[in-house]
Design a protein around this ligand. Structure first.
Ligand code: KG4
Ligand code: ZN
Length: 364
């Protein structure tokens, strides 16, 4: 007999209001719809996400977003088996908005409520898109996250390293700002770097030779400011070529740090003796062509499959929340109406807390 599970997912932990429907038929999941309302323009004047503005925008858009997700998936509430919602970590006003909506739907319909850790959503995406077998290694790199996770089961994650200060996406965005390039910084720094000489400026690779998989990007930002200022003092300003060389140097430094730390993380992963070796990357920074090329090359050398979910499922979305909720529900887990919104919620409760994880708010 065919076993079908259909889950509505709701995500509102940062600056994307999202809803999605995922249906799994005989163990194979499929995204029926995934709607994302971004808030970039609302925060554009402030140089970062403003929590109060984000929360208000979520409240305005969440119900419309859910309606659109159901319509696009061609399902009604009565076709659902449960409602999954991001219960943290994230900006508390946003998380509360999503959790309250999910509770309202569940209270009205009697549907099971499933609270999901946002990071579990990201970490399980390779199973949604490619049915990657456990255990696999995940590198999550975005504007708010940077960590290596050994993903052993839907509820068993080991964080074996991460940034001790800024997330790489944040560093790309700051670099763009320092050099007068437009936001979001990542794609613009990458574009400028195409015409640059990565060797012209000697930029640091913090923690590169230190043991373990922890990373640091804030010193690199300071070094960029110094290098820029030195050029300005010498030449009276920055040429397009100076910008390109600085971007190329910065991007190479980030790529080298991520590659070397990935090599170390893979060593720890191989110690688990996985049947098929898989290294998955997710998050906006995983779109960077140089970083991708270096990680692909590393995996080829180490006989490891490299996978990156499509960008729309790499960045914040609700399909990953629906799927992570589906995995919990399948394992017999669910919550009740006392489910709390948690601003901080480390995926790996046993790992030492991280010092910081970026201005975008995910304290995990
Ligand atoms: O995952 P994401 O969309 O949002 C969150 O951070 O939650 O990641 C956005 C980040 C931004 O910092 C952006 O500058 C960076 O990903 N990014 C890139 C590239 N495309 C986006 N960084 C480097 N190279 C890129 N091509
Ligand atoms: Zn995220």
């Amino acid at each position: 007999m065919t076993k079908t599970l259909t889950i509505l997912g709701i995500e509102s932990s940062c600056d994307d209001t999202a809803a999605a429907v995922v249906r799994q038929v005989d163990g194979v999941p499929k995204v029926l719809s995934s709607i994302v309302f971004g808030q970039t323009e609302l925060h554009a004047d402030f140089g970062g996400v403003v929590p109060e503005i984000a929360a208000r925008a979520h409240v305005e858009k969440l119900d419309i977003c859910v309606e659109q997700a159901l319509t696009k998936a061609n399902v009604t509430l009565s076709d659902l088996d449960g409602v999954a919602v991001t219960a943290g970590p994230g900006l508390i006003g946003g998380v509360v908005s999503g959790v309250m909506l999910a509770k309202g739907i569940c209270a009205a319909t009697g549907l099971p409520l499933i609270g999901v850790n946002h990071l579990a959503g990201h970490a399980l995406t390779p199973r949604l898109t490619d049915q990657v077998p456990f255990p696999f290694l995940m590198l999550l790199v975005s504007g708010g996250h940077c960590q290596f996770l050994l993903v052993k089961n839907h509820d068993d994650f080991n964080r074996i390293g991460g940034t001790i200060d800024d997330a790489p996406g944040e560093a790309f965005d700051k670099t763009a700002r320092i050099l007068g390039l437009a936001q979001p910084g990542g794609p613009n720094v990458q574009k400028a770097a195409e015409n640059g000489d990565p060797k012209r400026f000697k930029l640091p690779r913090p923690l590169l030779n230190q043991e373990g998989c922890d990373m640091s990007f804030s010193g690199l930002k300071t070094a960029m400011i110094r290098a820029r200022d030195a050029v300005i003092v010498e030449n009276g300003g920055l040429t397009v070529q100076d910008q390109a060389d600085l971007c190329a140097g910065f991007q190479s430094s980030v790529a080298d740090i991520l590659t070397e730390k990935s090599r170390r993380a893979l060593e720890q992963y191989f110690a688990l003796n996985p049947e098929t070796r898989t290294f998955a990357v997710a998050g906006g920074v995983a779109a960077n062509t140089q970083i991708r090329a270096q990680l692909l090359d590393l995996c080829a050398k180490l006989d490891t499959n490299f996978t990156a979910p499509p960008l729309a499922l790499c960045t914040d979305n609700a399909a990953m929340i629906a799927y992570a909720g589906l995995a919990r529900f399948e394992a017999g887990e669910q919550d009740d109406l006392t489910l709390s919104a948690r601003p901080r919620w480390p995926l790996d409760q046993t790992a030492a807390p991280m010092l910081g994880s970026g201005k975008k708010g995910a304290k995990a």
